[in-house]
Design a protein around this ligand. Sequence first.
Ligand code: 9MR
Length: 421
Amino acid sequence: MISVRRVNKLLLSASLSLVIVACGGGGSATSKQSSSSSSANTSSSSSESSPSSESSTSSSSSSESSSSLSSSSSSEPTAPSLYTLVNFPVGMAVSAGNESRSFLDIPAKQSTIQQHFNQLTAGNIMKMSYLHPSESTFSYGNADTLVNWAETNGLTVHGHTFIWHSDYQVPSWMKSYSGDFETMLDNHVTQIATHFAGKLESWDVVNEAIDESQPNCYRNSLFYQKLGADYIANAFRAADAADPDVDLYYNDYSTENGSASSTKFNCLLQLVDDLIADGVPIDGVGFQMHIQIDWPSANDIGAAFRAIVDRGLKVKITELDIPVNNPYASSAFPQYSTYSDEAAQLQKQRYKDIVSTYLDAVPAHLRGGVTVWGLWDGDSWLLTLGDRAGTDDWPLLFSGPANGPYEAKPAFYGVEEALSQ
Ligand code: 9MR
């Protein structure tokens, strides 16, 4: 089953390729080429995050004190540029605008991102409350700065996100809106999609609409309460009308367990099948992949990816992170209070397995890419999550210090080895 939108876009991209070949061109002048034949941006020294060229940093922050890494990481080869290894986006989520740790305030962050990644996602500043703070006000300044930086430096941008239930991110004026809610929400999507039309690679159109504990699978969000499930299809249609060439994703968490018994996964398939049956212009499914070191299994993750591929849709890993400790694991499973070599190697293997699973399950033309949710361990949202707050589980690919230089962890080399296959 292949969506009409997908077929149209495949035809468009096929004809564009023919034009490029006919002109003797090698591709876009502005975007980094994510292929192994490209040397774009690789002239910058790979020593930037090379473990061998960086002194290990000592700091009181546990994220920054990965001293036990030095033995394993120093035996790793010089860090190659990740995005040059493959033909799909290799992305990084960033803080920007007025946020602390904005990548625009930290030169080392910019250079490490430029070296290894060819796509950005705004971790926060393109959410509803930031872009649409009052009914008649759209605030694009910080997002434009991010998008312009990406364009100038040859990276693409994945938009995140038009609609998300999270109380903190729904603009307060929207919660008390008394007019025609459907028209208002359509306008919200239309205005933002129009502003960024032609500048982004893709959007998370709706984020986290599923609640598997509900009998009909739909989260009882403000949007659902006002419009029922129609708000999802409406958002895709509005985005498609405003920016027909951008890829449109449905994005969610805990959907990567593709075992037949997973209620949330079955909800995802029901949602996607309903959208396809209704001719809704969806291009793909984003799997956030805030996963555990030991769960779900790679087999179950591969099954989830394949089910989406079987429907002719793209698969994008949108928010990958893998902490070394699983607080829900059985007591037999190791828990690490330091980032030991053993923990680092376990994490490296897990990152490698995840990326390999993606490559095995998703054919090249349906790979929307792989994005990691933060550059170095001290950037991770997990440091502020509930009962995990303050506990450093070292979930990302680089260690600190906060202003760099950043050191590629064994996890980085797990990704690199998988992408090199
Ligand atoms: O990483 C983001 C964190 O900085 C924000 O405080 C939080 C609330 O806006 O959102 C985090 O990102 C979430 C993403 O937007 C959607 N999937 C789950 C992510 C982690 O909570």
